[in-house]
Design a protein around this ligand. Sequence first.
Ligand code: SF4
Length: 430
Amino acid sequence: MTQIEKVKKGIISEEIKQVALAEDVEIVALCKLVAESKVVIPYNSKRKKKIKNLCGIGKNLRTKVNANIGTSSDCIRINNEIKKIEIATRYGADAIMDLSTGGDLDEIRKRIIDNCTLPLGTVPIYQAMVEEFKESGDVQNLDIKRILKVIRKQADDGVDFMTIHAGVTKETIRSLEIQKRILDVVSRGGAFLLSWIRYHQKENPFYQDFDEILDIAEEYDITLSLGDGLRPGCLYDATDQAQIKELIVLGELAQRALERNISVMIEGPGHMPMNQIKANVILEKELCREVPFYCLGPLVTDIAPGYDHITAAIGGAIAASSGADFLCYVTPSEHLSIPDIEDVKEGVIALKIAAHAADISKNIGKALDKDIAMSKARKELNWETQINLAIDPQKARKYRDKLSVKDEKTCSMCGEFCAINMVKESVKVR
Ligand code: SF4
């Protein structure tokens, strides 16, 4: 039975109880949101190794952050990927996605599952492409049989949510051709499916055989994350016909998943000017029955390679404050190289800040409590408490200790003219 079926039958699962407790929300209210798939709890029902930190994603819940890890053909260092999981988890990621394309993908995934205490997502088209290429030497030979085999294999291993690129269709590609983008298609899965459809002159197998994908999702209670293979890869391409047409297709597919009681999310852009983000969130919610919106950023400018964790955090904060539910992190190495461990840390922290800022603006739970505690510690010039409350205590301490100060109470910014201290002293004099 899927999570949606359970709540519809009045069964309150352990997962529901855990998420309600973690989010401090009423169980009854949470069940209603899960029944409508306005909240999803990615959790493979046949997972052998249980998840320590379950996470609910969606309406009225804290905005969640995903960290992508994984090997590439140029960098196959599984121990490094495991370290990235540790760092991402330590700095507050809520989910991990394994995007590996290099090495023994089955072995790598098993190692990742063994070392991951968070919900795990994958993009099955990657493994299907890699396997096809290894076996026949031509990715164009890929067919639905291999795709379904990979999806089932990953489900069997315990993957909790999967990106399914079913929205790149003959029709959405036609819109892309009319529109004339600068960057065409930047999603790996989207680009492959576009070339496959053109080569075979056939419909996208993920779209054509979506019911068979639903069969597996239902069996394992996998949350489907409907991927935006035509997401804009630069500001100029944002909110064009192809992107919106794909969103409409994803909305139809989400409806079909919901009719089978399968949890579903919609993936979103990409690169986008700040003034278009809110409209995109509203469109997703309207066209896709308010299922959770999972955004990659969006990145709000194209000119900041090396700092794209910041461009994504700006876009992510606007998206989440407008109603997006799940932010995929972007690291400083975006567009340049595979992220290293430090990049993973920077990416998670940047998007956690975005998510937290959005939650304060939406008045989610007790989001403001920590900020109030920090403000009080600042007023008291209590440096230990400030450091402990910081999102990155190590960095806060490093800065605090950078220069010695004459008066330990203050910091080297204003020294003896510390405004907080002066006000304190003036109160004593009165
Ligand atoms: S010295 Fe200046 S920056 Fe530092 S705590 Fe006092 S007011 Fe704030």
